[in-house]
Design a protein around this ligand. Structure first.
Ligand code: GTP
Ligand code: SPV
Ligand code: MN
Length: 595
C-alpha cells in the first residue's frame, strides 16, 4: 500500500476486500495529473490504450464485444423485502446475493492491482456533495473516474478518522494466474455479471463488467440508484436529468432540467446552441441532477458529475458542435473506430467516412463493410470543464434554480413534439407513463417500446410506486414555486421513416415556447393529452420544413391515444397498492378527456 489510510471504516474495508479478493498489491489514488499519466502509461505499455495522433492526450479503448453497455437484466436492488425494490427492479435477498457475490469475489483480483479511488460526487466539500470510495481492479476505471468524478486525496482528508462514505466495490471478475497472458479487455461472462445495490446500507457491489455505468460506480450506481433512495428518505431528488441555462434576448435566465431515457438526447440538449437569434444556452450537466429545496422555497439543482460519458455515434459539428469542441483533447474514447491518420471516427461524424479504418472490434473496415465502424453505444469520456459553453455556475455549491422540467422519449409515432402539463399532478402522470423505444445503451433489443417512467426505470433504487408518490410530495412542498412541466418528442417520424422535426439547435424553438408559457406571453390549445402550441405560437421562422410536417408534429390523434390506454393501465397496475391515488385520478381524468 502506497500511503497510510487514517479513516477507520476505510482501513477496515480495504483490509476486508483485500483478504477476499487477494490482489497482488494495493494502490490508493490521489487524483493527480501525474497519477493519470502513470495509469495511461501502464495502459499504453500493455497495449490496451491506443494513443490518438490527432487528439492531444487522448486514447482509444476497445472493449470485449460481450461488454459494451449497461446490463439491466443483471442489475439488482437488494432490499430485505422485495416489495421495497418494486416491480421495475430485479431483486435477490441481500444475504443470498452477498453469498453468491462473495464466492465470485473470492480471489478475483489475483495477479492484479487493487485501486482505491476516493471521489466526491459534487464539488468537494459542498453541502450537497457525497463521498464515495470505489475499489476496482481496472486501471481503465481509474482513468475514467478521474474525468467523471472528483478523485482527490482531499476527499480522504475530509473523511478524517471517522467520516462516512459510500463503499463501491468493483471487480472485472478476471483473476490472472501466474504466467497467464492478460486479454485486452478482461471481464466475466454475462451470467456472472452482477451490478448490485444495497440501498438500506448505502452499499454497491459490482462484478464482471468493465463498461460504463456497470463499472464507473459514481455514476448510475451511486448518483442515481443509491442517491434516489437517500433522496426519498431525506426529501430531495436524484434524477436522470440534464441541466441547462437558457438566457432570453432580454437577459432573463431560465434553468431547465430534462429527463430523457439513455441515448435519447440529454447530452445534445444540454449543449445545444439555439438557432433562434438572441437566445443563449449554457450547460450545467448532461446526465444527472441532484435537487434540493432552497431557503427561498425554490428547487435548486447541482450536477454531481465532473465529466461527460457521452454517446459518440451521431455527434458531429452539425448536430452538437459544443460536444465536438469538448472532445479536442484529454479524452478517452471507447469502441469508436480508428482512422489511418490516428483519429477516432464514428457513424454520423461530419464529412465523408474514412476510406479505411479499424472498427471497434479491431478489424479492417471500409464504407463497403456491412457492419458499423463504431459500436452504437461507443462513448467519449470528456472533462466537463472543457465544454466551451459550460455554465459559469456549474460548480456553484447551492446549484441553480429550476424553472422548467421536461420529460420525453423516443417515439416514432403518436406523441407530439411538445405538450405542457395542466398541473404538477398531471406532469407527474406524464412522467410516470413516459414510454420510449429502447436504445443500445443497454444490452438487449433496440427499438422496442417500453414504459420508462421519468427515464428512471433502470435507475430508481426503490419501489417506483413510492417514487411517484415522492414526486407528488415534492410538488406539495414546492407549491406555487414548483417548476412547470412539459413533455417532448424530438423523434416522431414520417411514414417514410424520416424524422419530422429537425431537432438539435432547433429544439431551442420548443424551449422558447416553454419560457414564454412560464411568462404567460404565448398561447396554447387544450387537448386531451395536455396543452400544445397553437398555430403560430411556435417560432419556426427560418426553419426549412413543410408546414404539413409541423401540423403532423403537433397532431393529436385521439384514437391512437385511446389505443395506448390498455398499456398505460397495465403499466400502472403493476405498482399495486403502491400506486398513488393521485395517479389513478389522473388516469381517470385523461380517459374522460379522451371521451
Ligand atoms: P445517455 O448518455 O445514454 O444518457 O444518452 P443521452 O440522453 O445523453 O443522449 P444523447 O444526447 O447522447 O443522444 C443520443 C443519440 O440521439 C445521438 O445519436 C444523437 O445524435 C441523437 N439525438 C439527440 N438529440 C436529437 C434530436 O434532437 N433529434 C434527433 N433526430 N436525434 C437526436
Ligand atoms: C446511460 O445509459 O444512461 C448512460 C451511460 O448515461 S452509462 O453510464 O453506461 O449508464
Ligand atoms: Mn444517462
Amino acid at each position: 500500500m502506497n500511503i497510510e489510510v487514517k479513516n477507520k471504516k476505510l482501513k477496515a474495508w480495504i483490509q476486508e476486500v483485500a483478504d477476499m479478493c487477494t490482489p497482488k498489491d494495493i494502490y490508493i489514488c490521489n487524483g493527480s495529473n501525474e497519477e493519470y499519466d502513470q495509469m495511461i502509461k501502464l495502459l499504453l505499455d500493455s497495449g490496451i490504450a491506443i494513443p490518438l495522433k490527432k487528439r492531444k492526450n487522448s486514447f482509444l479503448f476497445r472493449s470485449d464485444p460481450s461488454d459494451v453497455a449497461r446490463v439491466e437484466d443483471n442489475t439488482y436492488i437488494s432490499t430485505p423485502d422485495q416489495i421495497e425494490a418494486g416491480p421495475t427492479n430485479n431483486w435477490i435477498a441481500p444475504d443470498d446475493l452477498k453469498k453468491t457475490m462473495k464466492d465470485l469475489y473470492k480471489g478475483c483480483m489475483k495477479g492484479r492491482t487493487m485501486y482505491v479511488i476516493p471521489f466526491s460526487m459534487g464539488p468537494i466539500g459542498s453541502p450537497i456533495a457525497k463521498i464515495g470510495i470505489e475499489i476496482s481492479d481496472s486501471p481503465y476505471v481509474v482513468v475514467n473516474m478521474h474525468i467523471m468524478t472528483r478523485v482527490s486525496d482531499r476527499v480522504l482528508e475530509l473523511l478524517g478518522t471517522d467520516g462516512d462514505f459510500i463503499p463501491c466495490l468493483h471487480s472485472i471478475g478476471a483473476p490472472l494466474e501466474p504466467g497467464q497472458e492478460d486479454s485486452k479487455w478482461p471481464c466475466a461472462p454475462i451470467e456472472k455479471k452482477y451490478i448490485s445495490h444495497f440501498p438500506n446500507e448505502n452499499l454497491i457491489w459490482s462484478y464482471g463488467s468493465g463498461y460504463g455505468g456497470n463499472a464507473l460506480l459514481g455514476k448510475k450506481c451511486l448518483a442515481l440508484r443509491i442517491a434516489s433512495a437517500m433522496a426519498r428518505r431525506e426529501s430531495w431528488m436524484a434524477e436522470h436529468m440534464l441541466i441547462l441555462r437558457l438566457t432570453s434576448p432580454e437577459g432573463k435566465q431560465y434553468h431547465i432540467a430534462a429527463a430523457f431515457p439513455s441515448a435519447c438526447g440529454k447530452t445534445n440538449l444540454a449543449m445545444m446552441q439555439p438557432s433562434i437569434p438572441g437566445w443563449k444556452c449554457e450547460c450545467v450537466g448532461d446526465d444527472i441532477a441532484w435537487m434540493k429545496i432552497g431557503p427561498d422555497g425554490r428547487l435548486y439543482a447541482i450536477n454531481p458529475e465532473n465529466g461527460f460519458f457521452g454517446v459518440a455515434p451521431g455527434t458531429s459539428y452539425e448536430t452538437n458542435p459544443m460536444a465536438m469542441d469538448t472532445l479536442k483533447e484529454n479524452c478517452i474514447f471507447t469502441n469508436c473506430a480508428l482512422t489511418d491518420e490516428g483519429d477516432v471516427w464514428w457513424e454520423g461524424m461530419d464529412g465523408d467516412p474514412p476510406k479505411h479504418a479499424i472498427d471497434w472490434k479491431g478489424n479492417d473496415w471500409t464504407p463497403e463493410s456491412d457492419s458499423v465502424a463504431a459500436h452504437a453505444n461507443a462513448r467519449f469520456t470528456a472533462p466537463a470543464a472543457q465544454c466551451p459553453v459550460i455554465c459559469e455556475d456549474w460548480e456553484k455549491p447551492e446549484g441553480v434554480p429550476i424553472d422548467i422540467f421536461i420529460f420525453g422519449g423516443r417515439r416514432s409515432s403518436v406523441v407530439p413534439l411538445v405538450t405542457e402539463a395542466y398541473s404538477w399532478d398531471h406532469g407527474v402522470f406524464l412522467g410516470s407513463t413516459a414510454a420510449s423505444e429502447t436504445t443500445a445503451a443497454n444490452i438487449g433489443s433496440v427499438g422496442n417500446l417500453r414504459r420508462d417512467p421519468f427515464a428512471m426505470k433502470p435507475f430508481c433504487g426503490y419501489n417506483m410506486g413510492d417514487y411517484f408518490q415522492h414526486w407528488f410530495n415534492m410538488g406539495g412542498k414546492l407549491g406555487d414555486k414548483a417548476p412547470r412541466i412539459f413533455y417532448v418528442n424530438w423523434f416522431r417520424k414520417s411514414e417514410e421513416g424520416k424524422f419530422l422535426w429537425p431537432g438539435f439547435s432547433d429544439n431551442s424553438r420548443v424551449l422558447k415556447w416553454m419560457c414564454e408559457r412560464v411568462e404567460g406571453s404565448v398561447g396554447a390549445e387544450e387537448t386531451p393529452i395536455g396543452l400544445i402550441p397553437k398555430e403560430g405560437d411556435l417560432d419556426v421562422n427560418g426553419v426549412d420544413m413543410p408546414s404539413d410536417d409541423l401540423k403532423e408534429l403537433l397532431k393529436i390523434d385521439s384514437e391512437a391515444w385511446k389505443a395506448e390506454i390498455p398499456d398505460i393501465e397495465h403499466h400502472l397496475s403493476t405498482f399495486g397498492d403502491r400506486l398513488p391515488d393521485k395517479l389513478k385520478k389522473q388516469l381517470d381524468e385523461f380517459k374522460k378527456r379522451l371521451g
